[in-house]
Design a protein. Structure first.
Length: 69
């Protein structure tokens, strides 16, 4: 599994565990919903700033998004 796929799977799992719809997480992270979808599907080459905004929106450390589970 590549890095983008790992991050996408982690974002989706954490979002679903919190009961957040994808568009709500996108709003909280100030990201367009289609961009968030691409992140979760491992199709978006995102910046570290975007990773940070997603982590803040999920209230987790950035490392929780990048570590393979």
């Amino acid at each position: 599994m590549d890095f983008l796929a790992v991050v996408g799977a982690n974002v989706r799992a954490l979002r679903e565990a919190r009961g957040l719809p994808q568009d709500e997480l996108a709003h909280l992270a100030s990201i367009h919903p289609s961009y968030m979808s691409d992140v979760e599907n491992g199709k978006r080459n995102f910046s570290l700033k975007v990773l940070e905004r997603i982590a803040v929106a999920l209230r987790v450390p950035e490392t929780d998004l990048v570590i393979r589970r």
